[in-house]
Design a protein around this ligand. Structure first.
Ligand code: RIB
Length: 274
């Protein structure tokens, strides 16, 4: 690879572009890159290890100037290899956790989970279910830990993928328990809970309070409108691109980690415990 010649291409790796969260994130990234004359190449990684190695090879072949990695499928091993062999500047975020070697921008996931816990406590809920993947990435696990900092052992942990189906499938276990509130670790899971609870003839928030995470647009349009933790998703994308461009112009700097705040957006899916 010719390191002296710039391609003005940046590879962006996300785990699931069908999730509006990642579309919004990409728009933020593109907003900054485009203004600076760069083109973003979007790679959807899913959880596919095979796709990972072929994507890395492909990106390097195309001579990208840098990478923004939001997908955990991109392993640390690949990061080290690309850093050593290609000296490829990169930034990690979201599902890809920090290493000491590269820049990172994250949101305060622990605080997000904690805010959910405080909110549900305030409404009198004593037992909460949390729906999250079986092997959660670090960002998602921190949300769980934030909730646990408020609820301790009074949490029913239910496994579900970060998707509508994941939420829908979690319902059976929840309605056979004594919880009164549910923390969906992302909004898609919350929408799946809406579907599953409706099938089970349960009402939100009369029978179950539900809180999501992300604040994708659809939260406003579902009934009841979903109370959720808002990530500054577009700004997060902008920040990621800004940091990577800074790295391109000053390659020698120490790696930097930035953290953006999140906030609870109160709508109509949480009610006081009867
Ligand atoms: O909705 C997708 C989820 O996965 C988001 O919460 C985002 O932070 C990512 O990790």
């Amino acid at each position: 690879r010719m390191v002296t010649k710039k391609s003005h291409l940046i590879g962006v790796l996300v785990p699931d572009i069908s999730n509006p969260f990642f579309a919004q994130l990409f728009l933020g990234i593109q907003d900054v890159l485009h203004a600076q004359g760069y083109v973003a190449l979007l790679y959807n990684m899913e959880d596919d290890e095979q796709r990972e190695s072929s994507s890395v090879a492909d990106l390097i072949r195309r001579g990208v100037d840098g990478l923004i990695i939001a997908s955990s499928a991109f392993s640390n091993q690949s990061i080290y290899a690309a850093l050593q062999r290609e000296k490829l500047p990169m930034l990690v975020m979201d599902q890809k956790n920090e290493t000491d070697l590269v820049d990172a921008v994250q949101t305060d996931n622990f605080d997000g989970g904690r805010q959910v816990g405080l909110h549900l406590k305030k409404f009198g809920h004593r037992k909460v279910a949390v729906v999250l993947p079986e092997n959660p990435t670090v960002n998602v696990r921190k949300r769980y830990e934030g909730l646990a900092s408020i609820y301790g052992d009074d949490i029913l942990r239910v496994t579900g993928a970060l998707s509508v189906t994941g939420g829908q499938q979690a319902v059976k276990k929840i309605i056979n328990s004594d919880v009164t509130a549910i923390f969906a670790i992302n909004d898609l899971i919350a929408f799946g809970l809406y579907m599953g609870l409706k099938e089970a003839e349960k009402e939100i928030p009369a029978d179950y309070s539900v809180v999501g995470y992300d604040d994708i647009d659809a939260c406003k349009y579902v009934t009841p409108a979903l109370t959720t933790i808002a990530q500054p998703t577009f700004e997060l994308g902008q920040e990621a691109a800004t940091m990577l461009l800074k790295r391109l112009s000053e390659p020698g700097r120490e790696p930097e980690v930035k953290m953006l705040p999140v906030k609870l957006v109160q709508r109509f899916s949480v009610a006081p415990l009867k």
